[in-house]
Design a protein. Structure first.
Length: 64
């Protein structure tokens, strides 16, 4: 049985989850994507290295 949901359907459903349910979903998504918590932690640590792009001069690109 295949269920077809659009990205909007999924987004809407996630927005209606409480914080604990969202944490559980995130954990499950990581396992489905084959990302470990260590991988996610490394991505989070790397985020500040892109802060220089967060400036008014290139804000036109922020919503692409």
């Amino acid at each position: 049985m295949a269920i077809e949901l659009s990205l909007k359907d999924l987004t809407d459903a996630i927005e209606h989850l409480n914080q604990q349910e969202q944490k559980i979903l995130l954990s499950k998504l990581l396992s489905l994507q084959k990302l470990s918590l260590d991988d996610l932690s490394l991505l989070k640590v790397a985020e500040p290295s892109f802060d220089f792009w967060d400036n008014p001069e290139d804000s036109i690109y922020d919503n692409l």
